[in-house]
Design a binder for this molecule. Structure first.
Ligand code: PEP
Length: 253
């Protein structure tokens, strides 16, 4: 954590929760974090709960994110959701390129880049996910994979627009597995990402960039992770599905 960067704790609910469940969770969460001002709190429900959650978090300190979007304005793309639809549902952020989307739905650095450009053009703030698989890490390809994802995902994004992007480092081997990267391992990759962004842009952009860590973050390990200088937040799956543990994540020491 760095004094210049406001920590951002985001819950990615993935394909979980009906609108009723989502509203219940967010109401309980909002009561226990009502006084939090020094950290940003974001929830990413499924598309079908966005409108209901938006209503429930209006006038709270919780912001709304979507988990994905298409890069085209509108048209014949059955099953897809556009940036305008997300804005219409009250979203401020959109998660782009989550490893589950890369792994199961064929997303590539190229589609990630198109989505980021579209999000920025429309006024949504992208949370761009990057991360290596265990096989890539063990083959010594960590730097290569992260550099490729950063360079490809951010292609032709201006320095001004880059100031609106959040990056989430999520090692694929740590997502939903209970295996967290150690704070040292995570910080090392965050520093690598910041260095890469510095070389693509400038020191100002790199210093302002918020990089979240994701991968089995829990109330038990969040404070040690957040104590590291290049870790500016967390993108959390499992532990964000219960109001008490989500609130505990937000209230990291
Ligand atoms: C995620 O969905 O981005 C994630 C990190 O999941 P989990 O916290 O369950 O590992």
């Amino acid at each position: 954590m760095h004094p210049k960067r406001k920590p951002i704790i985001a819950g990615n609910w993935k394909m979980n929760m009906t609108a009723v469940d989502a509203v219940d969770l967010v109401r309980k969460l909002s009561y226990s974090i009502v006084n939090v001002k020094d950290r940003e709190i974001v929830v990413a429900p499924p598309f079908t709960s966005l409108a209901a959650v938006e209503e429930a978090i209006r006038d709270t300190n919780i912001a709304l994110a979507a988990q994905n979007m298409h890069w085209v304005d509108k048209g014949a793309f059955t099953g897809e959701i556009s940036a305008d639809m997300l804005l219409d549902s009250g979203c401020k952020y959109v998660i782009i390129g989550h490893s589950e989307r890369r792994q199961f739905f064929g997303e590539t650095d190229e589609t990630v880049n198109k989505k980021i450009k579209q999000a920025l053009k429309k006024g949504l703030l992208p949370i761009m996910c990057v991360g290596e698989t265990l096989a890539e890490r063990e083959a010594g390809k960590l730097d290569e994979i992260i550099s490729r994802q950063i360079t490809g995902g951010l292609k032709e994004i201006s320095a001004d627009d880059m100031k609106k992007v959040v990056i989430a480092y999520e090692p694929v081997w740590a997502i939903g597995t209970g295996k967290t990267a150690t704070p040292e391992q995570a910080n090392e990759v965050h520093a690598l990402i910041r260095g890469k962004v510095k070389s693509l842009y400038n020191a100002d952009v790199a210093e302002g960039l918020r990089i979240q860590y994701g991968g089995s973050v829990t109330p038990e390990n969040v404070s040690q992770l957040m104590a590291k200088p290049d870790i500016d937040g967390a993108l959390v799956g499992g532990a964000s599905l219960k109001p008490d543990s989500f609130a505990a994540l937000v209230n990291f020491k």
